[in-house]
Design a protein around this ligand. Structure first.
Ligand SMILES: CC(C)(COP(=O)(O)OP(=O)(O)OC[C@H]1O[C@@H](n2cnc3c(N)ncnc32)[C@H](O)[C@@H]1OP(=O)(O)O)[C@@H](O)C(=O)NCCC(=O)NCCS
Length: 311
């Protein structure tokens, strides 16, 4: 980095330039490497959701990189939670790539995680060697792998019959928030109660949360989703077993009639993946969870998400 670049928090005036940067860098990267730029559309407007939601959820936590004219060259969102610091979307302007900008932004977040004594976590594309390399060079260790599955839900709802356990799935209520956070902690060793409060308040973005309980009323899964028109995506969620995971997923999809969307399923959950195939889902990408301190005791079936990327 020869010229002077400043690393500063996001300001309200950055909303539009950040959305343009996210859109431009993703289109350019996916088009030049994979010929798939078109999947991000031709407008930056859906990407306004990222600064809007992330500044409402974690104000002041985003790091930007700016040149001497104040132009944004890079952005890195992070989310401090009870047990960890999550890193969300990271992006460098195509013309400024390969100059250490993403590395510096990430290092600032990692310094914060070290000061807090917490691991940093993220989900990284296995089709993007630039980001995979960036993260692993910084000390992240790859863990569970996920299939990004694209599915179109018919206008009339799911055509396959309701799977076992659907009758145990219901809408989450405000009083469930702590139980959802505790359940995730019991399975995955991470806690992020703030996110579940945010979803149920539902005043920035558009969210929906389902929970599943066993016959004794004990929680055995939850599944959140972003239903905003700029980003319909299932997750975050965790289920104790495949039956609960499939029931939650079916119920979530049945509520998203007429929409096409992506969800991430663990590659190792073969029953869940085969069920998704039988519903017409198609693989579109692969991701891997990465952490600076992987937890070998993590269990359960995880549905990660990119909105919000707080796991
Ligand atoms: C991924 C992205 C953020 C990288 O940004 P960048 O500013 O160009 O990255 P940096 O220059 O800071 O660092 C890249 C590092 O990865 C290393 N690297 C890149 N490709 C590598 C490879 N194939 N093998 C090993 N290392 C590699 C570089 O050497 C560099 O490390 P070093 O400085 O220690 O040598 C950028 O390409 C981008 O915005 N892509 C589009 C959006 C995106 O995909 N974001 C990530 C997912 S949300």
């Amino acid at each position: 980095m020869s010229e002077h670049i400043a690393f500063t928090p996001l300001t309200p005036g950055d909303r539009e330039p950040v959305a343009r940067l996210l859109h431009r860098s993703l289109v350019q990267w996916y088009e030049s490497r994979l010929g798939q730029g078109a999947r991000f559309g031709d407008s930056h407007e859906p990407f306004l959701l990222f600064p809007d939601v992330y500044e409402a959820l974690d104000p002041g936590e985003c790091v930007t990189a700016r040149d001497s004219d104040g132009r944004i060259l890079g952005v890195c969102f992070s989310h401090e939670r009870e047990t960890h610091v999550a890193i969300g979307i990271v992006s460098t302007a195509p013309e400024a790539g390969g100059r250490g900008i993403a590395k510096k932004m990430m290092s600032l977040v990692l310094d914060k995680a070290r000061r807090l004594g917490k691991p940093a976590r993220l989900v990284s594309s296995l089709m993007n060697l630039d980001s995979f390399s960036l993260y692993t060079r910084l000390g992240f260790v790859p863990g569970a792998t996920f299939q990004d599955l694209l599915i179109a839900v018919p206008e009339t709802g799911m055509t396959s019959p309701p799977p076992l356990g659907v009758e145990q799935v219901r809408e989450a209520r405000t009083g469930d928030v702590a139980r959802i956070a505790d359940f995730e902690f019991s399975q995955q060793g991470i806690r992020r109660e703030k996110d579940f409060h945010f979803f149920l308040r539902n005043d920035a973005g558009s969210w929906h949360v389902l929970v599943s309980e066993d016959a004794k009323g004990r929680m055995n899964g939850f599944l959140g989703m972003s239903t905003h028109p700029s980003c319909t995506m299932i997750g975050p969620g965790v289920a104790a077993d495949e039956q609960a995971a499939i029931a939650l997923l079916w119920k979530a999809l049945d509520g998203l009639r007429g929409r096409s969307l992506v969800f991430l399923a663990p590659c190792s959950s073969t029953g869940l993946v085969r069920t998704a195939y039988s519903w017409g889902a198609r693989n579109v990408e692969l991701h891997v969870a990465q952490s600076t301190a992987p937890d070998p005791s993590a269990r359960g079936i995880v549905f990660p998400t990119f909105m919000p990327e707080t796991a």
